[in-house]
Ligand binder design. Structure first.
Ligand code: ADP
Ligand code: MG
Ligand code: MG
Length: 754
């Protein structure tokens, strides 16, 4: 048994997180009720033998009684006081509310029973589900804490509360939390009673509030991290019962990391490492477009930011069922409990009528980055009839509502949502990240509007400007169809002149929008039949004939990319000419990229189409053969850019759509594959090809620039791998730029540490 006071060395692997932090707090001379930890080893022993080390526990209880000067397990004499204890779970990773805690125990038998109960709560259904969702190993086990009770429900000068050292929704510094007078802690956490803001404590007992502020600051300084603290006041005396790193919204995580660094508690590197890609995504979460136009039907607490609309359901199972059908869904509950986890994770947003900002619903959704409004007391929920009533209106299961977790507002209709704006701290931490990263972060952008968006998120260049979109307006489709329908080369050249003018304008607009930053344009990749109508849409027999001529058995592997450029030189010549002319007009820094290359011969032919000498030509490496011919290609190419989507399809012989629709789920469920290879780069197959291609390419051209422009370039694990094989730049869609900037810096900092 590990007594908090015995100069114990805190170690979460022995004592669990709660136990270790109680030891730390005792060491810091904070007011912690005395107690001891029953270490995880005892739990493991108990799991095997079903036996508790009774003698040792009794000895520890005896010395606890001695320390408190109270008597345990027998009726106190008039001069004595009875010792009450709590038995608390303490896992190495904090699992808020998942396991049991037993309070107010007064004799051996109760205790011993409580310890067994805490130990077996490790394997209760909600704890198992929580571990599964959070990737916590079931092997870890739990310790138990036995601690002298303090009573928040003793009298008017007593109470209990939960505070965060900073606001967990916004990150704003200063105490934030809740307090309930004349109550025990469980009353708050369970959402049974809605507490008041902790500021009220400042009015009621200013000295206690000041002491709390001071202790909280000491804890933050010690842990160098935002803390989530449980405290109890007994008859005008403050006790701290628990501290742990606080869960927080993405926005708060970013602000706290930046602020802690500015306050000198952590370095910039540390601040960058502490921001998770999901935190950045959360800032980019949706909000209601012009909320001032709508009147909320009710307001609750703004528990987790972001807005969502969806169909109302009242039971977690229904949330799961709706989500399976790809329906947006809002889970409405009186309060949530850990048993609702699956429903919460399936829902788009959560709404509860009871419970505060530290209730279960609030904590869980904030960590998930999911909009949540809680404690919306105007809602009269009838779970049996599956409806709620608010201000005389009745909303039944299946009707659509909108919740705004940023403001706490609830609307009884679907509202238009927009992406959110980035905060100052968001930009700040990313600008710090830019100082540490080596890999470039470029954008996939096809229009001037996309370019502007990409620059806003910090793109250094455009790494993939697709040209097919430019053909996809009605008047341009006409022109490209004229080209496709042309009878001979001369007619084709004629048709294409008109296209050239439009393309030149398009490129000039994109180059100008980039304001001097480089742009890499990819020549046409799509098969020509994509530009024709469907056969049933046209009566023209010539067009119908052409459609049949161009029809392919397997378009993904068909007449597309550079193959079209070889068969119809006019298209690529036209594109190259317009790129070069637009470059001349704008003075832009431009590269041209050729898709679907398999051999250097293709590159040599396309280069000859170009009348200008100083144009940089790169190849997309997205066929297996291109990887195998990387050395030869590098002799002639100015740069490589991996198209990892096509390369993955080619390596697996999976077409993405079919795979994801038909069998990939089964493969993942059976553990045949660990991840969807279209989401996370397949290191062992596709990754090996990439690594080989880079090695062979650099043998020929040591300073060869190598980019990745597939979707993987915005996925954190893939980014780490790309860094390790020497990729020089990532090119991603605008909204993934922040993640790429962050992770590219994190991998650099992590490796410098080693
Ligand atoms: P959890 O792991 O779910 O946070 P805890 O072990 O922290 O569970 O217990 C829940 C609540 O029980 C605490 O917030 C606290 O208010 C109350 N509690 C636990 N131990 C004591 C104690 N020794 N004295 C007073 N209250 C206690
Ligand atoms: Mg607790
Ligand atoms: Mg491709």
């Amino acid at each position: 048994m590990i007594d908090f006071f015995d100069r114990a060395i805190p170690d979460a692997n022995l004592q669990g997180n709660k136990g270790a932090n109680l030891v730390v707090m005792t060491g810091l001379d904070l007011p912690v009720p005395p107690g001891f930890v029953i270490p995880i080893a005892v739990f493991k022993e108990y799991q095997q033998t079903g036996q508790l080390p009774l003698a040792e526990i009794e000895a520890a209880l005896k010395s606890l009684a001695k320390k408190t000067g109270k008597v345990f397990g027998k009726d106190p004499s008039p001069k004595e006081q009875a010792l009450y204890v709590s038995v608390r779970s303490s896992a190495p990773v904090s699992m808020p509310g998942m396991m049991d805690t037993v309070l107010n125990l007064k004799d051996r038998a109760e205790i011993m029973a409580a310890i067994e109960r805490i130990f077996s709560s490790w394997n209760n259904a909600r704890a198992i589900e929580y571990r599964r969702l959070n990737n916590i190993s079931p092997e870890l086990g739990t310790a138990a804490v036995v601690q002298a009770m303090v009573f928040g429900n003793r009298n008017e000068r007593s109470g209990t509360g939960v505070v965060f050292s900073r606001n967990p929704t916004t990150g704003e510094p200063g105490l934030f939390g809740e307090y309930l007078a004349k109550a025990q802690g469980e009353d708050i956490v369970s959402g049974q009673r809605t507490p008041s803001p902790v500021k009220l404590l400042q009015q009621d007992m200013p000295a206690i509030y000041a002491e709390l502020e001071e202790k909280v600051e000491a804890l933050e300084a010690h842990f160098r991290e935002m803390q989530d603290i449980e405290f109890t006041v007994e008859d005008g005396r403050l006790f701290i019962l628990q501290t742990r790193s606080g869960k927080r919204s993405g926005q708060a995580a970013i602000r706290i990391a930046v602020d802690l660094s500015k306050e000198g508690l952590i370095s910039r590197e540390e601040a960058i490492l502490r921001v998770r890609p999901d935190d950045l995504k959360a800032v980019l979460y949706k909000r209601i477009e012009s909320p001032e136009k709508y009147t909320p039907a009710a307001r609750g607490l703004n528990a987790a930011p972001g807005a969502a609309f969806g169909r109302v359901v009242f039971h977690p199972i229904d949330a799961v069922a709706y989500a399976k059908k790809n329906e947006k869904v809002i889970l409405v509950r009186i309060e949530t409990s850990p048993d609702d986890i699956q429903g919460i994770s399936a829902a788009d947003g959560i709404l509860t009528s009871r419970g505060g900002l530290t209730s279960h619903a609030a904590i869980v959704t904030r960590a998930m980055g999911k909009p949540c409004v809680c404690g919306c007391e105007a809602l009269k929920i009838d779970l049996k009839k599956e409806l709620f009533e608010v201000n005389g209106r009745v909303i039944r299961k299946g009707e659509i509502i909108t919740v705004d977790g940023t403001t706490g507002a609830v609307y009884l209709q679907a509202l238009p949502l927009v992406e959110s704006e980035v905060t100052r701290e968001f930009s700040e931490v990313l600008s710090w990240a830019d100082e540490f990263r080596e890999m470039g972060v470029w954008a996939n952008a096809d229009t001037p509007e996309m370019v502007v968006q990409a620059l806003k998120f910090g793109a250094e260049g455009v790494g993939l400007c697709r040209t097919e979109r430019q053909f996809n307006t009605p008047e341009r489709l006409v022109l490209i169809r004229e080209f496709i329908m042309a009878e001979d080369a001369r007619a084709r050249t004629e048709a294409i002149k008109n296209l050239e003018k439009l393309q030149k304008e398009d490129f000039a607009a994109i180059f100008a929008a980039m304001k001097g930053k480089p742009v890499i344009v990819r020549l046409l990749d799509l098969p020509l039949h994509e530009f024709l109508p469907r056969e049933e849409e046209t009566a023209d027999p010539k067009v119908r004939q052409k459609i049949r001529d161009l029809e392919e058995v397997n378009p993904m592997l068909g007449h597309r990319g550079v193959r079209v450029g070889i068969s119809y030189p006019e298209i690529y010549c036209m594109q190259i000419d317009s790129i070069v002319e637009a470059r001349e007009l704008t003075g832009a820094n431009v590269g041209i990229m050729i898709p679907q290359v398999i051999t250097v011969q293709e590159l040599l032919i396309i280069k000859q189409y170009c009348r200008s000498l100083n144009v940089r030509f790169g190849v997309m490496i997205e066929t297996v053969r291109a990887c195998m011919r990387a050395g030869k290609l590098a002799q002639e190419a100015d740069f490589f850019s991996f198209g990892t989507n096509d390369l993955t399809q080619a390596t697996f012989s999976f077409s993405r759509e079919d795979a994801e629709k038909k069998f990939l789920t089964t493969y993942l469920e059976k553990g045949i594959l660990q991840d969807n290879p279209f989401a996370v780069i397949d290191v062992k197959g596709v990754g090996r090809l990439m690594q080989t291609a880079i090695e062979w390419g650099r043998k020929e051209k040591p300073d060869l620039n190598v980019g990745v422009c597939g979707e993987h370039a915005g996925e954190p694990r893939s980014i780490r791998f790309f860094h390790n094989i020497g990729v020089t730049y990532l090119s991603v869609s605008a909204f993934k730029i922040p993640v790429a900037r962050l992770v590219a810096a994190q991998v650099e900092i992590e490796q410098a540490k080693k």
